[in-house]
Design a binder for this molecule. Structure first.
Ligand SMILES: [Fe+2]
Ligand SMILES: [Fe+2]
Length: 127
């Protein structure tokens, strides 16, 4: 994973690492025995679990409520995009799988840069 995306919070960095590793795995070896739909479900659940964990972490940082709200809203938007990408894939709008994963990976990096790295400023506790 790109070092510029590290927060210095071990469990969050680990989860981000797992998500990016999952994108890489899907790009390099495809979906394996899974269908595209199964791969997207697995990815969505990995990302969803991470968001829940990150939101729980945020709640204890003493961040302003409106920042927490904006960050959580950005998480919901990513889940909504993933759901709509999944529906498009199932309806046979033939976007190549590699392009789907590249798109989701780009959203995710963008989110880490725009939102997650901002958590550093509030995190005074060593992990
Ligand atoms: Fe986030
Ligand atoms: Fe995150």
């Amino acid at each position: 994973m790109d070092e510029n995306l590290l927060l210095g919070v071990q469990h969050i960095d680990y989860q981000h690492h797992e998500i990016f590793r999952s994108f890489q795995g899907l790009l390099s070896s495809g979906t394996g025995d899974e269908s595209i739909s199964e791969a997207l479900s697995r990815l969505t659940s990995l990302i969803h679990n991470h968001f829940r964990s990150e939101e729980a972490f945020m709640d204890n940082l003493g961040m302003p409520a409106e920042e927490i709200l904006a960050h959580s809203r950005a998480h919901s938007e990513i889940i909504e995009s993933l759901t709509s990408i999944h529906l498009d894939a199932m309806m046979g709008l033939r976007v190549p799988f590699e392009e789907i994963i590249n798109r989701v990976s780009a959203y995710t990096s963008q989110h880490v840069i725009e939102f997650d790295l901002g958590l550093k400023a509030y995190n005074s506790e060593p992990d």
